[in-house]
Structures are given as C-alpha cells and as structure tokens.
Design a protein around this ligand. Structure first.
Ligand SMILES: Cc1cc2nc3c(=O)[nH]c(=O)nc-3n(C[C@H](O)[C@H](O)[C@H](O)COP(=O)(O)OP(=O)(O)OC[C@H]3O[C@@H](n4cnc5c(N)ncnc54)[C@H](O)[C@@H]3O)c2cc1C
Length: 456
C-alpha cells in the first residue's frame, strides 16, 4: 500500500517525552522570536503605555463579553498594561475547552482531559468575573443585561462570544447525531464517540462533509477526514472503505490557492473521493443516507444521495442569540458583530470592539486569527480612551496547522487575499513532522500561557 505509515498508531504519538515537548516549545518560541522580528508573525511586544495614559485608563470601565481565547487575550493584555484597570469579563462557563485540540481528541491523539481547563484558573489577578450569560446588549445606554437580570455598565465593550454549531440547521442532523453511525469532532462528547467509531470501523462508506456559510477552523473537517483515512490505512482496513469528502466549496482549500494546489494531489493520491459544490441538505438517519444538493456549472442543482456506514456531518454555524438578534449586528453579515475589518471597532458604536470568531471581518475563524486581532483591539481601546485616532490595524492574517496524516502537518499563515505569509519560515506547502509535533505539543501551551496571558 502507498504512503506506508511511519508510526504504528496514534498512541505512540502521545508518548513523546517531556524533553521533546520542551524542545518543540523552544523551537516554537524560537520561530516566533525570529518571525516576530520581521513584524509580520503577530506576536507583538506587550502593550506599553505611559503613566499618564494608565491614569486615564484606570478610570474607564472595560467589559468583555465572552471569556474564551478572544476575550481573555484582550482582557489580559490590557490588565498587564494597567495592573489595576477596571476589567470585567462576562462568561457563564466554569470549564474552558481548548477547541483547537478537539480534532486531536476525535482522532485519538489527545485524551479528552487534555483540552479542559478550569475557567477560574484563566483570569489574571484583578480581572473581575461575572459568571453569567449576556442576555442583551444595550449599546445606546452603554450597558449589558445578564441572564440573571443584572446590568453591567461600561465605557468600553469588547464582544467575544464566538460562533456556535446550529445542530438544527440541517434536516435530520440532530436526530442522526444520536445514532451509532454519526458523530462530529466539534462537540467534545461527540468527538470521543467519533474516535471509537473510527477505531472500530472496518468496511463501508465513510462520509465527511463541509458546511455552507462561515465556520470555525475551516481546516478541521478536512483534518478529521484525512487522519481517519490514515488510521484505516494503518489498521489494514483501508481497501474495504470508501472515503468521501463532500464540500460546498470549489476545491479542498480554496482560501489559500498555493496550499490548495499542494495538498489536493496528495489527498487524491490516497484515493479519497472529493465532491465539490455539494451542500448537505438532509440526513435520512433511518436508512443511513446523506442527501446533498449539488450546484452544477449552469446554476441548476441536482440531488445526490450517499449511503453511509460512518458519517461526520458538519452543521452550519451562527452567533449566540444576543448578538445575532440584537443591535450590534446588521443585515447581510450572518448575525456577526458589525466591525471595521481593520480597527475592529464597531461601525456604529465607537466604544464597542470585536475580537475572534464573532467579528464580521471575513477572516478565518481561528485562534491564530485572534493572536493577531487581540493586540489591535487592546491598542485601539487605549487610543480611544486617549481620544486620539485609532492606530492599530488588523491585516487579515490567520494561520492553520493542516494535519494531513498522523505525524505530518502543513503549517501556514495567510492574509485577507489568501496569500501565504512568511512562507520561508513555515515551508508552508510541505507536510512535515516538525509542524506536527509543534501542533500537538507546542500550540496548546502557547494558547494557554502566551495568548491567554496577554503576551500577544
Ligand atoms: C474542532 C475545532 C478545531 C479547531 N482547530 C483550530 C486550529 O487548529 N487552530 C486554530 O487557530 N483554531 C482552531 N479552532 C478555532 C478556535 O478554537 C476558535 O477560533 C476560537 O476558540 C475562537 O475564540 P473566541 O474567543 O472568538 O470564541 P469561543 O472560543 O467560541 O468562545 C466564546 C465564549 O463566549 C462565551 N459565550 C457564548 N455566549 C455567551 C453569552 N450569551 N454570554 C456570555 N458569554 C457567552 C462562551 O461560553 C465562550 O467561552 C478550532 C475550533 C474547533 C471547534
């Protein structure tokens, strides 16, 4: 069989020594240091402000809606600049999940506990935590209503509510998810179920889909497909399995043409059947048939019925209700926060800023994007508080560790136009073990200890 596996199974990958992990963390930090000096990678120096500016900021009440990576990266960055600033984070969850690790749980590389943090451990000292949901935004009154009925007033608001899977967006999806043949890596419990389904799968049709509209981590559906295919190859059952990837898009990774060109032949060589312009419309979970609508070149559509024995269906995504149904969004942007894509300031309410997945920037919805956005939001809040023009601009950059098979990853950064950034550092179009190890062992500590602590 082609592409002979170079590791026996995923468990082996987990057994990397602490020394190796530190080595990769060092490698990552080194790469960041090198790239940081180019000014393009995004790890910017901490926010430094004068004592006069700090005195002004100290009197401002900053509220952050959503205490995940976007909200905390901004809150921590501001708190580091002004240690006694008045910063409140509204976040209902007591458990934080490292979502970029979900694909690794579903593919057996991480254990579920590897992606769970206690929310209380994530706040820098001095940041106040309102453990509640935002029920409604009232930007004309500079306040937020919580689900328990309290008002939280602000001078500056950062909206970081993320986006959520809509399990009712496809007919039959919610019901199908309860059956033994269907699971999805975007939900931790379901990712664990998928891991077991994939491990035990020996023959039949394995169907993976890619949704319409926006999604978080546009590479995750592909990663799950490609690692599953590799797992079956390693398990010696690949010849009995038809692997199909159905995507609404015109190619595998159209957002970054150079990566698309590099990865497509590798995937096709592995015998994965890619179907483009196909939208999962419904699942007949009783007969185990996924029903797609295919858009044809002349604009017409046709129905494609695909029987499955294992299905990884992608739902559509939407923003949380107070955002999509509230005053901070606008027509035609899918319920996202209406921000200027460079300053990340709200287009109608200048004391409101957005960061992360919920912001309508058109950029990829990833933690890598937040690494570049958080310094912009924190810096522009300081500018706004000083009543001067906003001087920080987000350039649309994002990144993706595209896991192509066990032990191999393509790592790349790209801009708003889909051009590769720092291609020479990443060797972006090559599948390498170094970047696999970086993804598995270094990105989580960087997320937790660098980004969340406000060092970006
Ligand atoms: C399967 C998967 C794989 C991924 N892989 C990668 C990857 O390899 N690399 C990468 O960079 N990124 C990856 N991502 C994307 C990354 O996880 C997200 O981009 C990132 O988590 C977005 O952060 P956020 O703070 O904007 O939103 P989220 O992390 O979604 O957080 C939103 C927060 O808002 C809170 N919230 C929601 N509603 C309310 C409310 N009404 N009131 C108050 N709080 C509320 C939530 O509790 C949550 O804490 C992946 C994501 C998934 C799901």
């Amino acid at each position: 069989m082609e592409n002979k596996p170079d590791m026996q199974n995923a468990d082996e990958i987990r057994k990397i020594s602490r020394r190796d992990a530190l080595k990769y963390l060092g490698l990552g930090t080194g790469a960041i240091a090198v790239a940081g000096t180019t000014g393009t990678y995004g790890y910017k120096r901490s926010l430094r402000i004068s004592s006069r500016e700090a005195a002004i900021l100290r009197k401002k009440k900053i509220v952050v809606a959503g205490g995940s990576i976007g909200g905390l990266a901004v809150a921590s960055r501001l708190m580091r600049a002004v240690p006694d600033a008045d910063i409140t984070v509204i976040e209902p969850r007591t458990e934080h999940h490292y979502q970029p690790g979900y694909t690794l749980v579903a593919t057996g590389v991480y254990r579920p506990k590897d992606v769970i943090f206690q929310q209380e451990d994530l706040f820098l000292p001095g940041i106040k935590w309102v453990k509640d949901y935002v029920e409604a935004f009232e930007p004309e009154k500079n306040r937020v209503l919580t689900r328990k009925g309290d008002y939280v007033n602000y001078d500056y608001l950062v909206v970081a509510l993320g986006v959520q899977e809509n399990w009712n967006s496809i007919e039959g999806l919610a019901e199908a998810m309860e059956t033994p043949y269907v699971a999805n890596a975007y939900k931790l419990e379901s990712g664990i179920k998928f891991r077991e389904m994939a491990r035990n799968f020996e023959k039949g049709n394995a169907i993976f889909t890619y949704p319409a509209g926006y999604l978080k981590c546009g590479g995750a559906p592909q990663k799950v497909t490609w690692l599953s295919e590799d797992l079956w190859r390693r398990n010696g059952v690949r010849d009995n399995i038809n692997v199909h990837f159905h995507t609404t898009r015109p190619s595998l990774f159209p957002v970054v043409p150079k990566v698309d060109e590099a990865v497509t032949p590798l995937i096709e060589k592995r015998g994965i059947h890619n179907h483009y312009h196909q939208f999962l419309r419904a699942i007949n979970y009783k007969d185990r048939v996924a029903i797609f609508e295919e858009r044809l070149p002349d604009g017409s559509t046709r129905e494609v019925r695909q029987p499955y024995d294992l299905l990884h269906p992608m739902p559509m995504f939407r923003t949380p209700k107070p955002l999509r149904e509230g005053p901070l969004t606008a027509e035609g942007i899918g319920g996202q926060l209406q921000v200027d894509r460079e300053t990340l300031q709200h287009r109608r309410f200048p004391n409101v800023f957005g960061v992360g997945d919920n912001a309508a920037t058109g950029a990829a919805k990833t933690a890598a994007t937040i690494r570049k956005q958080a310094p912009v939001v924190a810096g522009n809040i300081v500018d706004a508080a000083m009543e001067r023009p906003l001087s920080y601009a987000y350039d649309g950059a994002s990144g993706c560790p595209l896991l192509t098979r066990y032990g191999r990853c393509m790592m790349f950064e790209f801009d708003y136009k889909g051009n590769l950034v720092n291609e020479w550092i990443y060797q972006s179009t090559k599948e390498t073990r170094t970047w696999w190890n970086f993804k598995v062992h270094a990105l989580k500590p960087l997320y937790r200890h660098v980004m969340m602590n406000g060092f970006v």
